[in-house]
Design a protein. Structure first.
Length: 464
């Protein structure tokens, strides 16, 4: 008997129908499915063991980063790529569509093989490590479930490889315009900039017009063809936008895996959850069926949220926290979905981050909810460290709010805190910060001084 058959027979009532294949579970009556869930069953759990041999990243130089070999991000609307969120993205050849092995990425890998730090954004991790923190590079050095590219089996110094993790920004269609985002990733930002135009502050031109590739439809088709050919090597596919749940391209991507299964694949969407409950419910049912039928292995949702209360609704304008929480609780009730909250640390979000951490602690009483942090990589006026050690007490309060078992997440935030308090005050960036918020208030009929009264004195004193 298969493991599934053993489980089914152990809980089966004599009145239940036969079900010899796990993929047929979704066809069982609802009351039988619920009883299986009550006995601890999770959708697809007996078919989730990856057929891929675990490949440990073999490169051990002082600066080696597994992401540089394993991860690729593709922006279809701008025809650019990068190998982590921190590095600068750059153009790739859309004719060959070899986005993972651009000349720049190959040079960066060669420098890492030599024990040197690449430029183009890798200084983000270097600075965190110099401050004694846990960087992305260190976190992903031996992260569970990440497989090194298969080319490294025969050549541990290979610099032209096939990615294991693919992250795709399908389009910029989005229903929010977060203050630290831009028109590349938000159609609402794009529309706002077209209406009000660019502005110049401290010799910097901000809110520029976004030029979307005219080849985005053909780029998407080429990407889907690449996945059909190379999908068997992927362990993870992360889908972003804009907002994926506002994009028809998400459904096209899901249908691709229904037609061309990737049974080793962990599929993840990163979403703002500011959508209808019906949309979320349909996504749950579709992915539940895909896992049960062996089309994909796992499904993960990263729900983006930085803090709590009015500061969050200002920062992720026009977010409705009630809608977000309602949809989040729908996902929380599905234990087979891996659930992550992704938080961006900015001067606007750190003050009430502890309120979000408190809620995550409560949600963890239902089932595991993971928490991931990052700080802004651009624009520079939203860097947390431009205020020096102003937020030391906020960081201390947030760090004290963590449950003891969340030590890794706590350590990651500690690294950001260390980096922040070690910098001096950047008066120029604070002046830009102030003028940007004033401009956004004019555009959006908001009031940052009312929403963030604790920032008024620090902004006014340091923007002279």
């Amino acid at each position: 008997m298969t493991p599934w058959q053993q489980f089914y027979q152990s809980v089966r009532d004599p009145s239940w129908p036969d079900c010899d294949r796990e993929q047929d579970f979704v066809n069982l009556p609802d009351h039988i499915q619920q009883e299986c869930f009550d006995h601890g069953y999770q959708i697809g759990e007996y078919s989730r063991q990856s057929a891929l041999a675990q490949r440990v990243f073999p490169i051990k130089s002082a600066t080696a980063c597994q992401l540089k070999w394993t991860w690729s991000t593709v922006y279809l609307s701008t025809e650019k790529t990068a190998s982590c969120h921190r590095t600068h993205y750059h153009k790739f050849d859309t004719d060959t569509f070899n986005f993972h092995n651009t000349p720049r990425k190959i040079v960066d890998r060669q420098r890492m093989l030599a024990g040197e730090w690449p430029e183009n954004g890798c200084e983000y991790c270097r600075k965190i490590e110099e401050a004694g923190g846990q960087s992305d590079r260190l976190t992903n050095a031996d992260f569970p479930g990440i497989h090194a590219p298969h080319e490294l089996d025969t050549d541990p110094t290979a610099t032209s490889v096939t990615p294991r993790i693919l992250e795709v920004y399908l389009d910029n269609t989005c229903n929010l315009k977060c203050v630290y985002c831009n028109s590349n990733f938000s159609s609402l930002w794009e529309a706002e900039n077209r209406k009000y135009g660019a502005i110049t502050i401290e010799d910097q031109t901000l809110f520029k017009k976004f030029e979307k590739s005219t080849n985005i439809d053909s780029n998407r088709k080429k990407l889907f063809e690449w996945i059909k050919v190379n999908g068997q090597h992927l362990t993870n596919l992360n889908i972003l936008g804009g907002e994926p749940l506002y994009q028809k391209e998400l459904d096209e991507c899901l249908d691709l895996f229904i037609e061309t299964p990737a049974p080793n694949l962990d599929l993840q969407i990163i979403t703002n959850l500011n959508v209808s409950t019906d949309r979320v419910s349909k996504l749950i049912e579709k992915t539940r069926s895909m896992i049960a039928l062996g089309k994909i292995k796992n499904f993960t949702v990263t729900a983006s949220l930085d803090c709590w209360g009015p500061p969050q609704e200002y920062t992720r304008f026009p977010l409705d926290l009630t809608v977000w929480e309602t949809n989040f609780k729908l996902l929380l009730a599905e234990p087979w979905i891996k659930l992550i909250v992704g938080s961006t640390i900015t001067p606007l979000t750190i003050h009430t981050l502890d309120q979000l951490i408190d809620r995550i602690n409560i949600w963890n009483q239902t089932r595991p909810v993971y928490h991931y942090f990052n700080s802004v990589s651009a624009p520079s006026y939203m860097f947390i460290d431009i205020f020096g050690d102003l937020f030391r007490e906020d960081f201390d309060r947030c760090l004290a709010a963590f449950n003891p078992e969340r030590s890794e997440t706590k350590n990651y935030l500690q690294g950001i805190a260390n980096q922040s308090v070690s910098r001096g005050i950047n008066h120029k960036q604070i002046r830009i910060f102030k003028e940007v918020l004033d401009e956004l208030d004019r555009r959006r009929n908001t009031d940052w001084r009312k929403t963030f009264p604790w920032l008024i004195s620090a902004v006014d004193q340091n923007s002279l």
